[in-house]
Design a protein around this ligand. Sequence first.
Ligand code: PGA
Length: 252
Amino acid sequence: MRKLIIAGNWKMNKNVTEAKSLTEGLKSELGDIEDVDIVLCPGFTNLPEVAKVIKGTNIALGAQNLHWEDSGAYTGEISAVMLKSLGCQYVIIGHSERRAYFGETNKTVNKKLKAALLHNLLPIVCVGETLAERESEQTFKVVKDHIYGAFKGVSKQQLKRIAIAYEPVWAIGTGKTATADQAQEVHAFIRKLLRELYDETVASAIRIQYGGSVKADNASELLAKEDIDGALVGGASLKVDSFVKIIQEGRK
Ligand code: PGA
């Protein structure tokens, strides 16, 4: 049985005061939950404040990105070492917004993944197709490229520490969710790829989150699917109510 993992990707939202109050609200509702892995991924500048508020609870801290080097002349970048020193446990890698706006490729995703693993961060690796790719029936090809590219040189042992987020780009922030069947189809495909690349044991153990306009009213249908083991939530993670409801749906 795979434990659910539900992460909030706050993206470039909230100043430090707002981040603190959102985290305090979430802590009072979710701080004791043990049957779901709950992860908050605020912007870099809010990590220390959020870390302070969730200390001693079951809520984990995650970052939205990292650089693959430990240190050096990389203006504006943040390393795994820096994230670890703030108490980060997780890191999102290869989000489609980073691929689309900041030039990330399967190659950089792979480097970032290896850096995260080296420093004992738990990576959430994002994959997913654009609308044009879905419409031209490229979904499986794109997802396969993302998976093969990201996991190049990653061992079976390391795979155990990774979660994958399937996020169809056309469903992110658009209000359009993939139907539960559409999502399940790709999740099952990802598991099949991992079976081919690794083996049955790791493929059936890895958690695959769905992301793209997850809300309280579609969460239960999505999370009920056999190969959907959690969610990566953007917009609905920015308010206490909506994020708490998604987690409650997952626990039913
Ligand atoms: P959304 O974002 O829930 O706002 O669609 C999800 C994501 O980008 O991770």
